[in-house]
Write a protein of this length. Structure first.
Length: 252
């Protein structure tokens, strides 16, 4: 029953999108019969097939948690590609895509981190021009909750950066590779959440600092967070990213 419901919900989304393709502005969930009858069947099938394939790719990436390897920029680009181009969803295409993603998993993580720690990652045209900086300023990292105390904003560039740092530089398998092994396992997202949880009600943030091996995070009352990385961490990241032969203008 659950799978049938999921299938119904998925197909409902496809038909609602199809309605938009037909330029229908009504509140109906499915296209009007008259538009379907009077339209060119071959053209309708091309448009409908593109919608179905696009949603199947999105579902695949969501169900396999591939989106967790991608920054907000990369996810946005990928979804836009699905809208702009017809990417056929078939056995061969899925196998090629998944094999490529498996081989490029580490590369995607560092690319995503670069997106999060760069103000304009699309401005970089080659690896020679790409480099991590020691400080990154994040806007909207926190918000004022009920006009009483500060809380951590979720699903932002800041929280993405913490997640990707934890999975790359501070991952167990990498700690010995960073300048004498001074970097240790570090779940930065948990540390930041603990700051707000343990303090309960932070009425002001200015000066609140989280120190960790390899850097620090400083919060301010204007909802900004400054991430400072130590030179050995920046050096490690730049050496790592220089080893990948990719440009940041392709999501997948």
């Amino acid at each position: 029953m659950g799978s049938a419901t999921a299938l119904y919900d998925y197909m409902s989304i496809v038909f609602m999108q199809f309605k938009d393709v037909l330029k229908e502005n009504s509140r109906r969930n499915s296209p009007q019969d008259c538009n379907l009858i009077n339209a060119n069947v071959d053209k309708l099938m091309v448009q409908f097939t593109k919608l179905v394939d696009s949603n199947l790719w999105a579902m695949l990436f969501n169900r396999l948690n591939i989106y967790s390897l991608m920054s907000a920029n990369a996810k946005s680009e990928f979804k836009q590609q699905l809208k702009d181009e017809h990417r056929e969803f078939n056995k061969e295409a899925v196998e090629v895509t998944l094999n490529s993603l498996l081989c490029r998993r580490e590369e995607m993580l560092y690319n995503s981190l670069f997106d999060c720690l760069s103000e304009n990652p699309q401005a970089f045209a080659s690896n020679s021009k790409k480099s991590f900086q020691r400080r990154t300023v994040f806007e909207g990292a926190t918000f004022l909750q009920n006009n009483v105390y500060y809380a951590l904003s979720s699903h932002t560039k800041f929280t993405d950066a913490l997640n990707f740092l934890s999975r790359t530089v501070f991952a167990k398998e990498n700690r010995a590779n960073v300048s004498g092994g001074v970097i240790h396992d570090n779940d930065l997202t948990k540390q930041v959440k603990d700051l707000f949880t343990e303090n309960g009600r932070l009425e002001k943030l200015s000066g609140e600092t989280i120190e960790f091996t390899g850097g620090r995070i400083v919060f301010f009352n204007n909802f900004r967070a400054h991430l400072h990385l130590e030179p050995e961490v920046v050096s490690y990241l730049n050496n790592k990213i220089s080893g990948f032969n990719f440009l940041p203008n392709s999501a997948v």
